[in-house]
Each structure stands twice: as C-alpha cells, then as structure tokens.
Write a protein of this length. Structure first.
Length: 248
C-alpha cells in the first residue's frame, strides 16, 4: 500500500503495558458484573431533577444526574467499540500493523466492547422503563477514514482515547452515587492506559505516552471536559441524532 510501512519500531515497554491492559480489562469486567447485578433500590429518588433519559420532542435526550451521565458514557463507549471493531476487522489489519500493534489494538477492542455491553446491561437493569429510556444502538460514519491506513487509524484512536479520558474526568463531578463514581474512576484509568498505549505505538521510545498536550503541567492532571465540549467532537462520527439538553 502506498506510503504504508509494515515493519515498525516497537517500544519494549509496550509488552508490559499490554499485559496491564489485559489485567485491567478483566478487572473491569468483574466489576461490571457485580454492579449490573445490583437493584435500583432508591437510586431513582437520588436524581436531583428526575430528568431521566428518553424521547423529548421526538428526539432521544440523555437526561441528567447519574442516569444522564451513565447514558452519556454509554454513547461514547458505543462509538469506541464500533471504531475498534472496524479496525480489527479491516482487510489490511494483519498486513498494515505489526504483531505488537495488532495485539494492543485487539486488547482495546475487547475492552471497549466490555465497556459498551456493561453500560447497556447496567442501564437496562437500573432504568425504570428501559424499553423507552435506554439509549438505542447508535449508527456511525467515519467519512473518508481509511481503516487500512496505520497512520489514520492510530491518529483517530489517539483522538478518541484522549477525548474519552477528558469526558470521564469532566463527568465525575456530575455523579452523585458513590458506586457509580467509583466505577467511572476505574474506567477512566483504563481509558488513560489506552491513550498511553496508542501514543507509544505512534511514537515509540518517546515521552508522548504522557504528553503535556493532555496533562496540565501545573497541576499534573489530565484534561477534564464537560459533555457540551465532548459531544460535538463525537458528533463527527455519530449519525444517530440525540440531545443532551440537561447536561452541562
């Protein structure tokens, strides 16, 4: 393929990072099974404004409070799961990417599918009426993105992972239920590992895995962005229309 290089320098630390990715994914899956099995009990009454997800004026709205944040996260995880599904099933996946890159991308694919399915199961169990309040399966369009281009795939993965970390960081302050906040903390730590791994694939043996373009050098913290800043970015890929009128 023109301008594609099939043999890439491999950062030796990626092998240990990939092992961590596997372990973190397994841990999250276990956590998800535990939380998904919880009953909703009084969670409905904990909603500060009782604005549940659902159709408003003919369009699905994410809602607010804990359910709004969980539904927001579900939308983003649908996007990431769909993206990596297309990556690992690309016709050039085995030839364009090195063996280590394929392993990392496959790990990320499995993680994002677990994240997506976890949120769907949790919301289905906790929403009072999931038949009308559960966000539907979204549709996506990646425009001219070439899934057989290493450069384009890794650049898009980097953008999605960095955006995901900023989204979870920004949504944390909106979560009222301690169990959900703990869950968000676990997931964002995995997403941050994803971002780090992708950055190491793009520029091996560099400091980019913790780049100062996303880590504030004065606070040492990752970016944190409100849903109103994240959703316009995600909308570049999501073709299913929905609103987030009750999220900041």
């Amino acid at each position: 393929m023109k301008n594609e290089v099939k043999i890439h320098e491999v950062d030796p630390s990626l092998n240990s990072r990939r092992s961590f990715l596997k372990l973190s994914g397994l841990t999250l899956a276990t956590t998800g099974l535990i939380l998904a099995g919880c009953s909703d009990n009084d969670n409905d009454n904990d909603m500060p404004d009782n604005s549940l997800p659902g159709i408003r004026n003919g369009v699905f709205d994410l809602g607010s409070g804990d359910f709004g944040v969980l539904t927001y996260a579900y939308a983003l995880e649908q996007l990431e799961a769909d993206f990596y599904t297309k990556v690992v099933n690309g016709s050039g996946f085995n030839s364009v990417f090195s063996s280590v890159e394929r392993e990392v991308l496959t790990d990320l694919y499995h993680h994002e599918v677990v994240h997506r399915d976890f949120f769907k199961a949790t919301l289905s169990a906790l929403l009072p009426n999931p038949s009308t309040q559960l966000l539907p399966t979204l549709a996506f369009n990646y425009g001219s993105l070439n899934f057989n281009s290493r450069t384009e795939v890794l650049a898009t993965a980097k953008a999605l992972e960095d955006t995901g970390v900023a989204a979870y960081n920004g949504a944390g302050k909106l979560i009222k239920t301690a169990d959900y906040l703990l869950l968000a903390g676990k997931i964002v730590s995995v997403e941050a590992r994803h971002a780090s791994a992708i950055r190491s694939l793009i520029n091996p043996n560099s400091k980019d895995f913790a780049g100062d373009d996303i880590v504030n050098m004065s606070t040492g913290l990752d970016d944190a962005k409100d849903p109103s800043k994240i959703l316009p970015i995600a909308a570049g890929f999501i073709t299913t229309k929905f609103t987030a009128n009750y999220l900041p």
